[in-house]
Design a protein around this ligand. Structure first.
Ligand SMILES: Cc1ncc(COP(=O)(O)O)c(C=O)c1O
Length: 360
């Protein structure tokens, strides 16, 4: 198997091809996307966008309506918002700014895409090890303060599921030329929003917060994210980025979810309940294996330490159509770690029962 730092879960089409099955028959616990269908109003909106001919024209380059919709949801001035083609596209621009200041710290193990983004600009970075021991899923202090110009934070952290406390992050802002905080999972995390740094962008021009609609809406294929930071920084990004980085379907979908606060809140409440219930259930059932130690997680995935290599088990489950996240591509983790994303109860039971065939 080819392991690189850009390795990502959720390659359902590839895996299905290899196994000779339909993608719909795969149980994918490798990518952390909620297992619920997209809201009907949203799918209707996408169909309408195609049927009414809106995609004949170029999307609005000023993002006027979508910026205003996001700004109302977060109570942030529209000039401080830039929507993009998923959070990943915006990491590329944040990394450009990081390259102007100097060395970046990447808390590790961490999300691999920041490395890709930094490499675009030949920006230097170091891996700053995170201690791999904690005993709570509640907000906890950010444990490191590396001496670099730029700090990348993921809140909650991937792959550990730790939720960092806002107060500990806030106190870091004075120590760095630039802090980039990826909040891709924060809205689907129960209590996560209380730890968000979004409103601090109003006072701290050295802070960039990046959000994604991918995870909680289950729309990885649509590609929607946005950055919140000072408006001058965003004007510079706009001068050099592609002319139409966000398509009309994505723009209309964002408008719908950001303007319809009842639908938006209903979706988040449903997800929070599911994260609480299934998170508890999975953690408890994984703890029953004498050779596994699931670490406490605030969000919709759990990192698990095994007594020995898990490669064989991951491969065996894969042959049975169940994908777990092999953690070898994460710096500072090895083959005795794996990550499971929460699914619906029926699928979670299937994962646990299948694991029982191979471990004690
Ligand atoms: C921490 C983190 N941030 C961002 C992303 C990507 O978000 P998007 O789909 O909006 O590019 C992922 C995807 O796995 C992720 O794990």
């Amino acid at each position: 198997m080819n392991i690189d730092f850009y390795n990502h879960g959720g390659n359902i089409d590839n895996e299905a091809r290899e196994l000779g099955v339909q993608p719909k028959n795969i149980i994918d616990a490798s990518a952390s996307i909620v297992p619920f269908k997209i809201p009907k109003k949203l799918s209707d909106n996408l169909i309408k966008t195609i049927k009414n001919g809106s995609i004949r024209s170029y999307p609005d380059r000023s993002f006027f309506e979508v910026k205003s919709a996001i700004s109302k949801w977060h109570n942030i001035d529209p000039s401080m918002i830039l929507p993009g083609n998923g959070a990943s596209e915006l990491f590329t621009w944040a990394a450009r700014d990081a390259s102007l200041y100097g060395m970046s710290s990447l808390p590790s193990p961490g999300f691999g895409d920041y490395q890709r983004a930094l490499r675009c600009w030949n920006a230097p970075y170091i891996h700053s090890p995170l201690p791999l021991a904690w005993n709570t899923k509640k907000p906890q202090p950010f444990p490191i303060d590396p001496k670099t110009k730029v700090l990348w934070i993921t809140n909650p952290h991937n792959p550990t599921g730790q939720l960092w406390s806002r107060s500990s992050l806030k106190s870091l802002l004075a120590s760095y030329e630039l802090v980039i905080c990826d909040e891709a999972f924060i809205s689907l995390t129960p209590g996560g929003e209380n730890q968000s740094l979004i409103d601090l962008t109003k006072k701290h021009s050295n802070l960039i917060v990046i959000r994604s609609l991918t995870k909680f809406l289950g729309i990885a294929g649509l590609r929607i994210g946005y950055a919140v930071t000072n408006s001058e920084r965003l004007l510079k990004w706009r001068e050099i980025r592609d002319p139409w980085p966000m398509n009309t379907l994505a723009i209309n979908a964002t408008n719908l979810i950001m303007k319809n606060s009842i639908l938006h809140k209903k979706r988040l409440n449903k997800i929070h309940k599911w994260v609480e219930e299934e998170g508890y259930w999975l953690h408890k059932n994984l703890s029953d294996f004498s050779t596994l130690k699931p670490l406490p997680s605030a969000t919709n995935f759990q990192l698990i330490k095994s007594n020995s290599s898990t490669l064989n088990i991951i491969e065996k489950l894969k042959k049975r159509g169940i994908l777990l996240r092999d953690c070898r591509s994460f710096i500072n983790l090895g083959e005795d770690w794996f990550r499971i994303s929460l699914l619906k109860r029926k699928q979670n039971i299937k994962i646990i029962n299948t694991l029982k065939n191979y471990i004690s």
